[in-house]
Design a protein around this ligand. Structure first.
Ligand code: BTN
Length: 164
């Protein structure tokens, strides 16, 4: 073994303190350890009936193996002239078997207007098993010409709760 260099004792103390500090920095924190010991959240399923804060309702089918699903949407509000009717939707999600709180996207082709809305979001489950869909949407309105393109898109947020 190579002989240890002769260092004055304050230098040894400093070296020991630095080694201890670097070991402490690498060690997981108490909060990290507690988090890793918690059971994973139960899977969040998109299938079923949902209502958002506007009172709009939608029904989603179970996703297939590829994560593709469909459904129908009954909006509580509209910017269009026609009477509101139920409209079809198509979407895709990361499958819950591979992602417990999956992200997803779906589009709604409104039956009573020329608009289309695209939603993106994530399905969350809290400690009580309560499921919530946090979404953002883009609503594309049909305009008469490219010159009006600047006013054709609305953006917003909707939060959906499961209807039990
Ligand atoms: C239209 O007005 O042309 C069609 C209806 C759009 C309804 C929008 S989609 C985003 C927002 N969330 C809802 O539940 N309804 C509105």
């Amino acid at each position: 073994m190579a002989p240890l260099p002769l260092l004055p004792s304050p230098a040894w103390a400093l070296l020991a303190a630095l080694l201890l500090a670097s070991a402490a920095a690498d060690a997981p924190s108490v909060a990290d350890q507690a988090k890793s010991q918690q059971p994973p959240p139960p899977p969040c399923h998109l299938a079923g009936m949902w209502v958002n804060e506007l009172g709009s309702r939608m029904v989603l089918s179970a996703a297939n193996e590829a994560g593709v699903f469909s459904g129908s949407y009954l909006t509580a509000v509209s910017d269009a002239n026609g009477a509101i009717t139920e409209s079809p939707l198509q979407g895709a999600q990361h499958h819950p078997a591979r992602a417990a709180q999956p992200t997803f996207a779906f589009t709604v082709h409104w039956r009573f207007s020329d608009s289309t809305t695209a939603f993106v979001g994530q399905c969350f489950v809290d400690e009580q098993g309560e499921e919530t869909l946090e979404t953002l949407w883009l609503l594309r309105k049909k305009v008469a010409s490219r010159a009006e393109d600047w006013k054709a898109t609305l953006v917003g947020k909707n939060v959906f709760m499961r209807v039990k």
